[in-house]
Design a binder for this molecule. Structure first.
Ligand SMILES: NC(=O)c1ccc[n+]([C@@H]2O[C@H](COP(=O)([O-])OP(=O)(O)OC[C@H]3O[C@@H](n4cnc5c(N)ncnc54)[C@H](O)[C@@H]3O)[C@@H](O)[C@H]2O)c1
Length: 246
């Protein structure tokens, strides 16, 4: 089995890479080539098989080149964790067109492009599984993060459309919609005081009273890739400590 993971150099992508490496070769994509290589070295030193590639998922040319190269050098992709993402928290009146386009480019265009690049082979082999990383903000929305919320809703919608279009071709497509998970994205763009405040607010909105761990999302991704999830298709599965219940 070969699993392609985007945003594999950190947080959820890294955790999924370490977990999937127990039962799969892993192909790691990240815009930050050094972090992806470092995760690959971690996996290899543990006896797993991993190859890292630099790839900005928002660039069609880079995605097509990196996917073609990975399939040539490693083999056909059986499973895709379409996960690379960024967070920029900006009030609506201050969101510029560049910021809006970046948010949509990385999340929506990026996940579409990587899925498109692997779906051809999956369809030909009549087998494949894709998990896209959405968010609980896809369904509840939050103030101060409109572009992110819109992008994550689009990913949920894209997931359902892909699931419908490829179900008859032997490919399942689902989304994972994490609640607040303890990864570097939670800290990005925040001072220490703002980070502490964000952690406290997230703990307060979560019935389980704590942030999730990346490994708890990776376990869901692993399940969705497995035959135990063979009848789950087009769904948003939400590891979120009970913070959102639909
Ligand atoms: N941590 C959370 O609370 C949380 C909750 C819901 C959803 N998410 C989503 O989970 C995904 C992973 O986030 P994370 O929490 O692991 O954050 P993270 O910052 O730890 O990891 C994100 C990774 O994506 C990479 N990346 C960013 N832009 C890229 C691009 N254009 N091309 C390729 N790689 C790129 C980064 O270099 C980084 O390695 C994101 O899509 C994020 O929106 C996170």
């Amino acid at each position: 089995m070969i699993t392609l993971i985007t945003g594999a150099g950190s947080g959820l992508g890294r955790a999924a890479a370490l977990r999937m490496a127990r039962r799969s070769q892993v192909v790691l994509f990240d815009k930050n080539a050094e972090s992806a290589s470092s995760v690959a070295r971690e996996i290899e030193s543990d006896g797993g098989k991993a190859v890292a590639y630099a790839c900005d998922v928002a660039s069609g040319a880079q995605v097509r080149e990196a996917v073609a190269r990975a399939q040539r050098e490693v083999g056909p992709v059986d499973a895709l964790f379409n996960n690379a993402g960024i967070s920029i928290r900006t009030p609506v009146e201050a969101i510029g067109e560049d910021e809006w386009d970046l948010m949509m480019g990385v999340h929506v265009r990026g996940m579409f492009l990587v899925a498109q690049a692997v779906l051809h082979g999956m369809t030909a082999r009549r087998a494949g599984v894709i998990v896209n990383t959405s968010s609980d903000f896809a369904v509840i929305g939050i103030p101060g993060n409109a572009a992110y919320c819109a992008a994550k809703s689009a990913i949920y919608s894209l997931t359902k459309a892909l699931a419908l279009e490829f179900a008859a071709h032997g490919v399942r497509v689902n989304a994972v919609g994490p609640g607040p998970i303890d990864t570097p994205i939670l800290r990005s763009g925040r001072t220490n005081a703002q980070y502490a405040q964000a952690v406290a607010a997230n703990e307060a909105r979560t019935p389980m009273g704590r942030l999730g761990r990346p490994e708890e999302v990776a376990a869901v991704v692993d399940f969705l890739f497995s035959d135990r999830a063979s009848y789950i298709n087009g769904q948003l599965i939400q590891p979120n400590g009970g913070a959102v219940m639909w």
